[in-house]
Design a protein around this ligand. Sequence first.
Ligand code: ACO
Length: 319
Amino acid sequence: PLRSVVLGCGAYLPSRIVTNEELAAKVDTSDEWIVQRTGIRQRHVAAEGEFTSDLALAAARKAIGHAGITVDELDLVIVATATPDNTFPATATKVQHKLGMKRGFAFDVQAVCSGFVYALGVADSFIKTGQAKTALVIGAETFSRILDWNDRQTCVLFGDGAGAVVLRGEETAERGILSTHLHSEGEHYELLHVDGGPSSTGTVGHLRMEGRKVFVHAVQRLAEVVDEALAAQKLTARDIDWLVPHQANKRIIDGVGKKLALDPRQVVVTVDRHANTSAASIPLALAEAVHDGRIKRGDLVLLEAMGGGFTWGSALVRW
Ligand code: ACO
């Protein structure tokens, strides 16, 4: 069959690190509270003048280098982001330009923290229908720009970063994206949203979240969508080599790992150092585990994410 094979991956984090202690000096919180409830110890924050497209570009260049291709080979660029540089045009078109691409097509996908899994599904469909052969899929965010830095319930949870993969259509039964499974449920808008936008307020707005309610939904929906992925491929949890979850909260990650009865060493965790980087978290975690030698050719990798919307989804990839 024609499959979207992962040729390479890369990641980028802004150099500035903000520790929990640093936040505790500004809002009424503590390292102990944040670590206990979330597993987060620090996050990276983009510099002034450093935009989502800059993070995306840096991750993209690394993924292209790792894939061993040239930019001329790319047909498609998708950036999954909820924090674009501008309302329009798409951040992906900026990345396309900065890469020096003169052809192909580029657009953004907006599914907040599920954005990377959504973008993978979209790219996979374009590849399978023959509309693109080689695709660059990026998750890139600057959530620091939409946080209310006076709200301790949300400002401690997020960070900035970017990750990218290069996909290519190949006739192979050996590897590639096996399937993606996407869902959304708009009725939960109030539980996780940004209270601004071009059409509603004309302002950018700030992230608002009812954390406890989001937590309950996340645990349930993620359990369903990992089961759905395994059942679709007639696989069981024992077939999984690596779980690469969206990195929102260590307790949610552990919950899914336990449900699948995975050894904790099979679960890729970056939330302690990156916090929640929304659409960037999965490709950041993937790049780390591939480049440090954990994820190897032939391994079965399960990706899952849940985010604002609500949106949620999973992908099974034979590396
Ligand atoms: N520091 C200290 N105390 C705090 C902080 C903080 N940063 N934040 C909240 N508190 C206090 C609250 O005010 C509350 O105090 P009270 O009991 O006196 O009222 C107490 O801590 C408990 O607050 P809860 O919100 O009930 O704490 P909970 O155990 O639920 O943990 C958390 C909060 C970490 C947000 C958790 O609910 C969670 O992780 N939810 C999921 C959120 C998530 O993953 N969101 C991302 C989804 S993906 C996306 O699309 C963005």
